[in-house]
Ligand binder design. Structure first.
Ligand code: FAD
Length: 283
């Protein structure tokens, strides 16, 4: 069996209509960097495919001090925006230019681990996703959207239309560790955001990638950091907590044991980097 129909709707309304008429048999693709290789290799055999390239969801706009990112915004566009540096860095560390020119921010939320490097940064920024279908529009926290390995809260007749990044307080750091410096799958990705009142941490996010079924928040590590002054003891304790609570797996890139050890190391490094950055800014 092969693809017999390929739809290229010219608006979101047309796309939603096509989805409600054809149901789950219609495979949605955005940049196609994940979906197309599966079709070409005969692993995915959809009869009908719908491309989202022309539905007009590829804008990045400032919104209430935060950012509104259309679902089909390319990773290259995310890399080039200057509003949220951590998102530019996450995009820069994702794949290669050729993949970033096609791959989308929305698609990154569906990419199974060890992919999903941008999703990790979005999780640390408390991003929300907007879903739209024939029954209307709803908004969900990203932490509730990704539900398992390759599963999400998206209903069969819905599309992901956008990602909202609120105006959140605090300093951020993003670290991706892979077997190579560039264009490499992640062993672990860490995105940290810390808000402080003077020296004391009032809010913390520690998001981890490639060490669970989807991007995860290390909530025990976050709890350790809140109330601390990011002193070495608190950083060590948070790194240990993150290593304990992650859910690493074995694959051809790294063993679960190694991934857990790298969580301990790279959460510590991310927090130390953040401390250094704050110290330099204070000079
Ligand atoms: C060589 C290579 C290297 C890569 N390296 C990395 C890396 O380092 N880090 C990383 O994170 N990823 C990496 N990836 C994965 C991928 O390129 C990116 O995650 C990209 O963001 C996926 O976006 P896409 O638009 O191409 O997804 P697509 O292939 O278009 O979509 C995949 C699936 O997601 C769903 N989907 C996508 N958008 C929507 C939507 N708006 N509404 C509903 N459903 C939707 C559909 O089910 C679709 O079939 C790599 C891929 C390749 C091929």
């Amino acid at each position: 069996m092969t693809v017999v129909e390929y739809f290229l709707p010219r608006s979101l309304a047309q796309a939603v209509d096509l989805l409600s008429r054809h149901g789950p048999d219609l495979l949605v693709i955005a940049g196609g960097t994940v979906a197309m290789p599966l079709i070409n290799d005969g692993i995915s055999l959809p009869r009908q495919v719908m491309g989202l390239r022309f539905v007009g969801l590829d804008e990045i706009e400032p919104s209430d001090g935060g950012l509104r990112i259309g679902a089909t915004t390319t990773l290259t566009s995310l890399l080039r925006q200057r509003h949220v540096p951590m998102l530019a860095e996450a995009a820069r560390r994702t794949a290669s230019w050729s993949i970033r020119n096609m791959g989308t921010v929305g698609g990154n939320l569906f990419t199974p681990p060890p992919g999903g490097d941008v999703a990790v940064a979005l999780l640390a920024l408390d991003a929300e996703v907007t879903l739209e279908g024939s029954r209307g529009r709803r908004t969900l926290a990203l932490s509730e959207f990704q539900t398992g390995f390759m599963t999400t809260a998206l209903e069969p007749q819905e599309l992901l239309t956008g990602i909202g990044v609120p105006a959140v307080a605090g300093e951020t750091t993003y670290v991706k560790f892979g077997r190579k410096e560039a264009n490499t799958p992640s062993v672990v990705t860490v995105a940290v955001r810390v808000a402080r009142d003077g020296e004391v941490v009032t809010d913390a996010r520690v998001a981890l990638g490639a060490v669970g079924p989807h991007a995860l928040r290390a909530r025990k590590a976050e709890a350790v950091l809140v109330g601390s002054s990011l002193e070495p003891g608190a950083i060590d304790e948070a790194a240990e907590a993150a290593a304990e609570e992650c859910e690493p797996f074995d694959d051809g890139i790294a063993s679960a044991w190694y991934r857990r050890a790298m969580v301990r190391l790279f959460v510590r490094r991310a927090l130390e980097e953040l401390v250094q950055h704050v110290a330099l800014e204070g000079r």
